[in-house]
Design a protein around this ligand. Sequence first.
Ligand code: ZN
Length: 263
Amino acid sequence: MQKINVTIWNEFIHERGEDPVGVLIRKIYPDGIHNALAENLAAEDLSIRAVSLDMPEQGLPDEVLNSTDVLVWWGHCAHAQVADALVDRIQNRVQHGMGLVVLHSGHLSKIFRRMLGTQCRLRWREIGEKERIWVVDKSHPVAQGVPETFTLPHTEMYGEPFDIPDDGKIVFLSWYEGGNVFRSGVAFQRDAGRIFYFAPGHETYPIYHDATVLKVIGNAIRWAALPGGIQPDRITSQPEPLEKVLTENPLKTLNTAELHHSK
Ligand code: ZN
């Protein structure tokens, strides 16, 4: 079986905090969110690596990035620390077909904003309210095997308006106890790369131990692993005409060197 090479990237900062919140998060994710996800998503068809910001080359040297089929991203307080040169390399890989699954507060990561081209801002509130998630596109591969609706007992509210481009395919919609709604699962295509954003995953609740959430993330990884769109290198930019062109080119008498120069 051809395995999907998955790299789970985490900034891995909240889990190491010495404040009471850090202690709480460590109880939920003793080895960090990335390692918990790697363990909980383990499956025969996935070969999973977990990396973090503090590793050499911020966890993504060429040999790791270039052998990754799907990159999963969790970041929150250290978005600005991610090197622009790394963002360039990730963008290039996505454009050439690497999948990207962006989780929770990764909506403000440099790579997500770069790929989407908008600010990706949203409303948020952290009072431990309930979230109800609805599948709005049950035919989408990321929704397969996911119940039509399910709840998380405690979550951080992420609310509309969510400043993302409207070419995304909405797969999940969330309702929160406090009344807000949010496009919590959205699929995008950028060149050959598939991108999925999934909102649940606030660090102080055990959301990445929830079986349905893990089902969604696993589906998103398998969907994003498939190549789609157009490989940028495979576009013939100056094709010969397929049909005989009879219309005379009015610029034919011009010096072609001059013509190219003027472009
Ligand atoms: Zn959060």
